[in-house]
Design a protein around this ligand. Structure first.
Ligand SMILES: [Mn+2]
Length: 316
């Protein structure tokens, strides 16, 4: 089966590249770091790459500074592992020029690139698939690897709250705790280390909350002015969209943020009943059933109107 084929590729090759999607989340960083450290423990030469920096809240992970955002000229690898990417383009690297073989490990639907393609949409996180591969390699995770895997699972299950948190998520998390992972160390770094900039930004963004007359959708808005006023950057607003989603009765949450004078990015989150991927494709964007987004040109009022029209139709 596919996992065994991956194990053979690991055993029979020496130079590996490990890369995940740009703008990395906890699963992308956790999976990248875990696989990289494990391969190194097995005596392999491994470069870990991400187009963007490791988010501050994940820098407590041991050796998180080994990720690079530039490859030396003329880099070449036997194998590139592409993790959690959904699409090869999301690595922001010319992967095909860099290696012989591409191995795609992912849990996103429709992810189907790669010479070997190990996709399981039932896995709550790519970190789960990495864990399965490492077990098949008979590799005993170091504490650093265990922490990275745990972070991936914690992040992608929303701290074991989402429907994706299944029996295997808990079983693997339990095994990782057995290996020495301290759940509070991971969760407090990830979720309780807010910067003053982030909290200042939140205090300015929350008053923009609008709940539709049906009560079925709600939005918050962040303008470039708001960012400036808070002395914050885009990264500080990660997860803000979960505030409108947390309102009782709300099915779809919107986070509208200004990209430039007359362009706004609208991020959609669904509570499960509505396919916001389909919704955002109607607006020229893309995404999945529960998380999607679209870039829309126009004034803030125009953008809000075109989105409201679609949603009002949906909820009429
Ligand atoms: Mn993931």
């Amino acid at each position: 089966m596919i996992v065994q084929q991956i194990v053979e590729k690991i055993n029979n090759n020496q130079r590996f590249l490990v890369v995940a999607h740009e703008n990395p989340d906890g699963d992308a960083i956790g999976s990248t770091l875990a696989l990289t450290l494990a391969l190194r423990d097995m005596g392999k030469d491994v470069v870990a790459y991400n187009a963007d920096a490791v988010p501050d809240v994940m820098r407590f992970l041991p050796q998180s500074d080994l990720l690079v955002d530039r490859l030396p000229d003329n880099s070449h690898f036997d194998i590139a592992f592409v993790l959690d990417a959904g699409d090869l383009d999301r690595t922001a690297l010319p992967i095909r020029d860099l290696c012989q073989t591409v191995i795609n490990i992912d849990h996103h639907p429709y992810s189907n690139f790669g010479d070997l393609c190990y996709v399981d949409t039932d896995a709550c996180a790519t970190a789960v698939l990495i864990y399965r591969v490492l077990m098949a390699c008979q590799y005993q995770p170091s504490l650093a690897v265990a922490k990275a895997l745990y972070l991936g699972i914690l992040a992608d299950t929303g701290s074991f709250r989402y429907a994706s948190a299944n029996r295997e998520s808990f079983a693997i998390a339990g095994a990782l705790v057995e290996l020495g992972v301290d759940p509070w160390e991971v969760s407090s770094n990830l979720y309780e280390s807010n910067s003053p900039e982030r909290m200042r930004l939140l205090s300015l963004v929350l008053p923009s909350l609008q709940i539709s007359s049906s009560g079925r959708y709600a939005s918050i808005t962040m303008t470039l002015d708001t960012l400036k006023q808070a002395g914050a950057t885009d990264e500080h607003s990660d997860g803000f969209v979960n505030y409108p989603r947390s309102i009782r009765g709300v099915e779809v949450a919107l986070f509208i943020h200004q990209v430039s004078e007359n362009t706004y990015k609208v991020s959609f989150r669904s509570r499960g009943a509505v396919d916001v991927g389909a919704l955002s494709r109607k607006l020229g964007g893309g995404g999945h059933h529960n998380a999607a987004g679209a870039k829309i040109n126009g004034t803030l009022d125009e953008v809000k109107n075109s989105v409201s029209m679609l949603l009002d139709q949906l909820f009429s």
